[in-house]
Design a protein around this ligand. Structure first.
Ligand SMILES: [Zn+2]
Length: 380
């Protein structure tokens, strides 16, 4: 009998996804993931120290220490931390411990933008380290003391990381993607840490059973999470309602994100808003100029952005206010709404703000998101 084929890259052995060229089997599942693999001969510098230019809060310190304890006991960890808690910092002590032992540390996240944002921040914290970023068109150098990478690039690191951190486990495209998930687990040689503000019940249950779940429900600045307010209007009145709220925010000199469920709705809404209020733009994954628009928004040249869920995570803007247009659309699940609401009130000195759900109906995820945010505020 023929030996069973198991893909060395993703572990697939399901015959439905195995093809043959000249009688030689190949894996069709991970076919698009081709390229050089990282060699495991890189020597980690031994003098790397963590130097943070700002203090951790007492609760952040406590969780960081707990993470270190768990890893010493060889337990994998899920850190469930609310939006704005400063979750990246919670793993720095653990990273320092592994680096001091000459072990390989990776920091993975589903999105390229986050890799680009995160790399200089991690470099700031570990100044002597060679921190490298690996993502899509950026794969020339695969080795360093700390490797920050997209989950798409993990296939290059088979059985490589002694500590692998995965941020935003519930974010697209990692969430519900079995292939990326198998890349992740295959890249781990030692232990892993998962980070999320909105973990699914399934992940929570699994990590409670097989590892350890650590919680941080307090924002870094200790202010409360902003509880969304529902504005329920008949469908024909939604745009007028959105315009009214937008005008109010702009008059107060507050920058605004307006989230829309689809590109079509976004284009249509922006066209109308733009008649009344200039200095805005529409951004989506399809808009080439989105990077320029986001930069303009951050420096105040643009007052508002109509956006699809691409700005759901990551971007932090002082004094930001949020409108979710057609919040009852089925594209918005509880986790997405919690993430979106989490954009507001993040900065020290600007810890308040408003999150408005404008819709013609009230969906179950809207209610669940509001309940969950209230629960976090009570259990800080
Ligand atoms: Zn494969």
């Amino acid at each position: 009998m023929e030996e069973k084929f198991i893909c060395s890259k993703c572990g697939n052995s399901d015959h439905r996804y195995i093809g043959f060229i000249n009688d030689k089997p190949y894996c069709r599942l991970c076919l698009p993931f081709k390229g050089e693999n990282a060699k495991n001969d890189y020597r980690i510098k031994r003098n790397i120290k963590l130097t943070l230019d700002y203090p951790l809060s007492p609760k952040q310190n406590k969780v960081s220490d707990e993470v270190v304890t768990c890893l010493k006991e060889k337990k994998n960890v899920l850190i469930h931390a609310v939006t704005g808690a400063g979750k990246t910092e919670l793993v720095y002590k653990a990273m320092e411990m592994y680096l001091s032992l000459g072990l390989h540390v990776g920091f993975a996240t589903p999105r390229k933008d986050v890799v680009i944002d995160l790399t200089p921040r991690i470099q700031e914290a570990f100044k002597e380290a060679r921190v490298i970023a690996v993502y899509g068109e950026h794969t020339k150098r695969l080795n360093g003391d700390i490797i920050v990478l997209t989950t798409h690039q993990l296939y290059r690191y088979n059985h490589y990381f002694d500590l692998l951190i995965l941020d935003e486990i519930d974010a697209f495209p990692y969430a519900d993607n079995r292939l990326l998930e198998s890349f992740f687990y295959r890249a781990v040689r030692g232990n892993y840490i998962l980070l999320s503000a909105t973990p699914s019940q399934e992940v929570l249950d699994r990590m409670k059973r097989d590892g350890k779940v650590l919680e941080l429900f307090e924002r870094y600045h200790k202010g409360k999470l902003i509880v969304p307010r529902i504005i329920e209007k008949p469908e024909y009145f939604l745009i007028a309602s959105c315009l009214k709220e937008l005008k109010r925010f702009i008059a107060d000199n507050k920058p605004v994100f307006i989230f829309v469920p689809t590109i079509e709705i976004g284009k249509k809404l922006f066209k109308l808003l733009n008649i009344f209020i200039k200095d805005g733009s529409f951004v989506s994954s399809q808009e080439e100029r989105r990077k320029i628009d986001i930069a303009k928004f951050k420096n105040g040249e643009l007052k508002y952005l109509v956006t699809t869920s691409i700005l759901e995570r990551g971007v932090t803007v002082k004094n930001l206010q949020v409108i979710v247009f057609e919040a009852d659309n089925s594209i918005y699940d509880k986790a997405t709404l919690v993430q979106i609401a989490g954009r507001v009130g993040r900065k020290i000195g600007a810890t308040t703000g408003e999150v408005l759900f404008i819709s013609s109906d009230v969906s179950r995820p809207m209610i669940e998101a509001i309940d969950e945010i209230k629960k976090y505020n009570e259990h800080r």
